[in-house]
Ligand binder design. Sequence first.
Ligand code: 5GP
Length: 142
Amino acid sequence: MSDDPTIFEQIVAGEIPARIVYETDTVAAFLDANPLAPGHTLVVPKDAYERLGELPDEIAADVWAAVQELTPRIESAVDADASNVGVNNGSAAGQEVPHVHVHIVPRFEGDGGRPIHAVAGDRPDLSDDELDDIATAIEAGK
Ligand code: 5GP
C-alpha cells in the first residue's frame, strides 16, 4: 500500500468494508457505495495508479479481463438489459478517487438514463483541417 493510500487501496487491504465481488492477485471489484443502479460495480487495479496512461500493460489487461468477465455476470445478477462501462480519467472528467476504476453500470429499458455521449459538454464544431491535425497528433503520439 502507498504512504497515502486511496480509499480503494484501503478497501483492497480490508481496512474499509466493501462488498467485494471479484478478486485476483492484481485486480479487485466491489459494489459502488453510492450506486447509480442496482449492481453498479467498480473494477480496480489493486495498486493505485491515478490515470489510465500510468497502468502497466499487464495490469491494464488484467483490469479489462475482469471487466469483460464481470459485465455479463452483473447484468445477469440484477436482470439488466444492458450496461454502460466507463472511466472518469482525471478530475476534469469527474474523477473523484485518484485510483483508476472502471464503472460498470447496469441499465434497464426505460430507466431514464442516457448514453455515454451525454457525459461531455457542448459538441465542438471542428473543421476538416482541425480533425486532420488531431488525428495526426494522436497517431504520432505527441
Ligand atoms: P469517480 O467519480 O472517481 O469516477 O467515482 C468514484 C466512485 O467511488 C463513486 O461512484 C463513489 O460512489 C464510489 N465510492 C467512493 N467512496 C467509496 C467507498 O468508500 N466504498 C465504495 N464501495 N465506493 C466508494
